[in-house]
Design a binder for this molecule. Sequence first.
Ligand SMILES: [Zn+2]
Length: 49
Amino acid sequence: MAKCDLCGQKIQTTFLNKIIGTFVKDKEGKQKVVCSDCQRKHKDIKSQF
Ligand SMILES: [Zn+2]
């Protein structure tokens, strides 16, 4: 199961195996996963990495 790269919480998935959250690329182009809570908390999510 995916874990949020910001808060470390497990990210739930839908029955279609889609994550409830979002994917973000950091400055080096690495893919990060962010849960919906953190997505809501941080308006500019990319600046967190
Ligand atoms: Zn999170």
